[in-house]
Each structure stands twice: as C-alpha cells, then as structure tokens.
Design a protein around this ligand. Sequence first.
Ligand code: APR
Ligand code: PHB
Length: 390
Amino acid sequence: MRTQVAIIGSGPAGLLLGQLLHLYGIDNLILERKDRDYVLARIRAGVLEQGTVDMLDEAGVADRLHKEGLVHGGVELSFSGQRHRIDMKTATGGKTVTVYGQTEVTRDLMDARDAEGLTTIYDAADVSLHDFDGDRPRVRYTRNGVSHDITCDFIAGCDGFHGVSRQSVPADTLATFERAYPFGWLGILSDTPPVSPELIYTSHPRGFALCSMRSPMRSRYYVQCALDDRVDNWPDAKFWDELKRRVDPEAADHLVTGPSIEKSIAPLRSFVAEPMRFGRLFLAGDAAHIVPPTGAKGLNLAASDVRYLSLALREFYADGSHAGIDDYSRRALARVWKAERFSWWMTSMLHRFPDSDGFGGRIQLAELNYLVGSQAATTAMAENYVGLPF
Ligand code: APR
Ligand code: PHB
C-alpha cells in the first residue's frame, strides 16, 4: 500500500489532520489501534476555542457544532463561598468559546471521513514506524493476523500520550519535561440541566470542583480527588454530596442531581516532548504533550498543532518548499508552552495541594482576589482561555 501521509491514531488530531489534508488534495490514511466505537466512547473535555471552531469550519465538519454547541462569553470563578464572573467576551474584544464535547467533534470528523470515502484502518495491531530519517518512510501493522506494509512520504504521529510514535524515536534525540500533580479529577456525566448557564471553576478548602456541561440537558461535573482513589468509592449520592459541599451556596441550592451515566477518575499531568519532528515523522496532539484539564486546552492544542502541520504539508506539496516542515516543531512548541503555562497556572491556583501550608493557601486566595479585582489580570486570563492567536 502507498499513501502520501500515513496518520497514526484516529483521535481528534489524526482525524482533523486527515480531513484538512484531503481538502488540500493530499492523500492520507489513518491507522487506529482500537475500533470506532471504542474511540467514540471516550469522554473528554468540551470547550473549543474560536480558532478550533474556525478549523472545524474549514474542514467542513462544523454544521452540527453550530447548531448544538453552546457559545459562552464568560466563566465563573468561585472561592470563599462567592462567585465572580470573568467576562471573557468584553475582556478580549468579542471572543468566545464553544461548549461542544470532544466525543461529538470526533464523531463529526469520522462521519465526514466516511462520507468522503477516506481510509481508516481500525483494529490495526503492532503498528511500527520505519526509515523516517530518510525519504521513504514505512509503517507496518498487523490486522486479523496478517501483516501489512505502507510506504509514504511522511508519518504523522497523532496516537496520543501512550502511542507508538514518540516511542519510536531514539531516546537521545528526545527531551521531555514533566510535572505530575498530587491529585486527580473524579468526573461524572448526568442527564440533568446544568446548574448555571456558564462553567463554574471552584476553589474550596476540601478541594477543586468544576461545574461544566454538554447541552441544556446534560451536565459534566468534577471534584478533585486523591490519586489512588477509585470510582467504586464514589456512589452517586456521595459524589453529589461532595460537590454541594464545595460549590457556593447558590449553586448548591440549584444543583439538580440524578443518576450518573459515566463516572471516571483521571490523573493530572503536564508533559512536553521536544522536538516535535524527526526527519519525516511529526508528532501532534497528546503524542507530544499533555496538559492538566484545568482550562480545557488539550483538544485545542491538538488542533493548533494540526493547523501548523497541515499548512506545512500543503506548502511542501504545492510549492516543493521545506520551510514550513522545517519550522513546524518550533512554531508548534512556542504555542504549546504558552498553553502549558496557562494550564499549570490554573491548576496551581485552584486545587488544594496536600503538602500546602497556610502560606500557600493564602497566596492562592490572593491570586484569586487579584484576578477578579484587576482588569489587567482578568484580561490575561480571558485571552488565554479563549485561545491565544496562532
Ligand atoms: N497504533 C495506532 N493507534 C494508536 C496507537 C498505536 N500504537 N496508540 C494509540 N493509538 C490511538 C488511540 O487509540 C487514540 O484513538 O491514537 C488515538 C489518539 O487519540 P487521543 O488520545 O484522543 O489524542 P489526540 O488526537 O492527540 O487528541 C488530543 O485528547 O486526551 C485528549 O485532552 C486531550 O483533548 C485532547 C485530545
Ligand atoms: C468538561 O466539560 O469536561 C471540561 C470543561 C472545562 C475544563 C475541563 C473539562 O477546564
């Protein structure tokens, strides 16, 4: 088999890249380790920056997003029992975010790929990457016990944090930077109306909490939990009780509870691998970097990588120029690190750290009071939350 760009992974990064390349007339196929339903069952964050929405528009997959997505011009911060609205739209001269689940983005991209008749090979086992330091890279995989060989011009490693792409480069060519946080998020999804029209990020002595949503009838809530905690320890009633203890009194009064339809615990981690290009292999999305979910930057960063990469490949095929390809890693990482900083800052400000002393707690409170009291600080948060320019 032969293709121009072999994409590893059919998460949002791989699917969006495939769609844009197709639009630019660049042939591609996707290799995915799991099956379609498995990929669609993963629940992840759901806040899209305007730039991400614009890319989905360009890719021709934003019809449902515009119909069902919820446009938000602000978020709320809750601490010391009080809520403060950050008016992002005013602070940024009119920018907003759109609440639309990553699962739905993935579904729309898969549907568009199917409609165009583009190849996705699901259940691809033992994917291995070869010769990407030369002009003729190859990808090998096994399916139903039969092994296959793909030759291509480029490989795009969009296979997430645990994927094979990053692991395929010689260890001495890769620098990694990491911070693990001493807590996780316990999240539930429920078919109940959201407690408030906008997201509420809460700092509380018992720990962080987040009130989010997927639609006017579906809510997503999180509470900070211990790293070694397990969902079995959290029957629904206990979750709702804990959430009510952390949110402000008005939210606690208005919270509509109901049975959970999904419940999971995720650790929080910051991670960056440098560089993001090795000869004819590119890394994009979670394959290259992870952010803690505070600030909802994961999917948006995957999209911005894909933007730089798709434009670089278009330039290569249209003009024979290597300039975009040579600059991909530098451009992508410059934006990645700003989002890493923002996500780390939001995480540090809002969570209860087990080893924190009184001083640390007072500093967090001062930071929050400064943030809601200063136009300069509000603007700094708002411009990051809605997404920095590409
Ligand atoms: N071979 C083929 N496919 C693989 C392999 C492999 N060896 N390893 C992983 N994959 C697939 C996974 O099954 C998954 O479907 O690659 C895909 C990677 O998708 P994501 O993990 O969703 O990563 P990405 O597309 O970069 O999306 C980033 O996901 O984790 C969130 O917060 C993150 O929202 C952000 C988004
Ligand atoms: C979510 O809705 O899942 C969500 C929203 C905002 C975040 C993280 C997760 O910062």
